[in-house]
Design a protein around this ligand. Sequence first.
Ligand code: 4AD
Ligand code: MG
Length: 473
Amino acid sequence: MILIILHTLMEQRRSFIKDLLQSTDVDRDINAKGWVRTKRGNKQVAFVALNDGSTINNIQIVIDIANFDEDQIKNITTGASISVNGTLVKSMGKGQSVEIQAKEIKIYGTADPETYPLQKKGHTLEFLREIAHLRFRTNTFGAIFRIRHAMSFAVHKYFNDRNFYYLHTPIVTGSDAEGAGEMFRVSTLDMKNPPKTEDGEIDFSEDFFGKETNLTVSGQLEAELGATALSNVYTFGPTFRAENSNTPRHLAEFWMIEPEMAFYDIDDDMDLAEDFLKYLIKYALENCKDDLEFLNKMYDNELIERLNSVVENKFERITYTEAIDVLLKADQKFEFPIKWGSDLQSEHERYLVEKYYKKPVMVSDYPKIIKAFYMKQNDDGKTVRALDVLFPRIGEIIGGSQREEVYEKLLDRIKEMGIPEKDMWWYLETRKFGTVPHSGFGLGFERLILFVTGMSNIRDVIPFPRTPKNAEF
Ligand code: 4AD
Ligand code: MG
């Protein structure tokens, strides 16, 4: 008795549409909340497709118009936010197994059909980028950001299950050691009137941190410090590069996952990179089915097939020198001519992956002149134990290496490359005390999401892209 009274006094708890659509427990009272996608019908009955972001699928609300106020029905238009009390029933119609027979509807917010930009018709991805504050409400971006979430969860699960610790490396850094690209300065100095030294240079000793600081381009160097005590660590955070690269694969602010492992050589590093990528893609195939099927249908008919083929096939492993041989014999002209010593351009990477090997390719042992100072030098004196993983449609998805663990060799390289030794004392000390062979890599998170969703522009897989001349929202 008490239970029954309590039940009628309480407002029905909100159910997520994802759970309602899977439910076989029908003819019960439920509450759903969400945003109206469409409304159709006639004078007697209205059918509303409601979405709450929990799934790509909408639930159908059946409204018997005689039981509702006319004005209220009029305000239920595309984009309006509503709460529905009703009965979950087996659906008579096609396309859904259950629907909601509405008893009570509350409108939270209307959306004027004259001005709401997301009417039923399809919009271009370019247009949706201009309304990134609303694009979450489309099927496409709902799918992309649910997948992005699933991938970030899977990253943590993968490492947590394998004795890796999540290490938070700093966003503001005082070292420019990576040399990965131009940096964004962090400063509180008065730009109009900065303090000057006697030589007329800007006096950064007066700045907030008492020295020049920038936004990080990579958490690797700090991750190495963690790995030389915790064995296996990873960072997963935002990184910043002020390169003027206006391409579909570059962002000025992107997220990177960087594992760093003590007692790993380059082969162990490759094994981990391959296993990690396959795990993530398999996770998406198993956990993001509806969203992937939608993207497969709407944008890229080969998406799911491509994801499966990456999971099922062993990646090709070649050296840079072997890659150059293949490229020199290619039956295709490249915009950038290739020779030993030059860096691989996107067109070369895609030739190797898409035309020649037809699967992901791991390229190792690059010329040391085109790679960072910290990479382990091979005995040939020319190459370093670098590793790039190249993917179909993406090109480079991972960059990594075995690290130089010999103090003298690392110091020589730092001097050779003109890196200020005084900035690197802490990094060098890990090689002075209990040094170990170690390796790591960086996976560009948005490049992974590009691959998994089949989208073609990196601006469409991060909620609010930062690119040259663009930092809206
Ligand atoms: O090859 P990168 O520059 O390597 C590093 O930063 C190393 N410190 C990683 C490590 O060994 N721990 O960058 C790694 C990956 C690239 O392979 C690419 O996927 C992604 O980061 N990336 C970008 N993604 C989006 N926009 C950009 N501007 C990117 N630059 C690199
Ligand atoms: Mg790289």
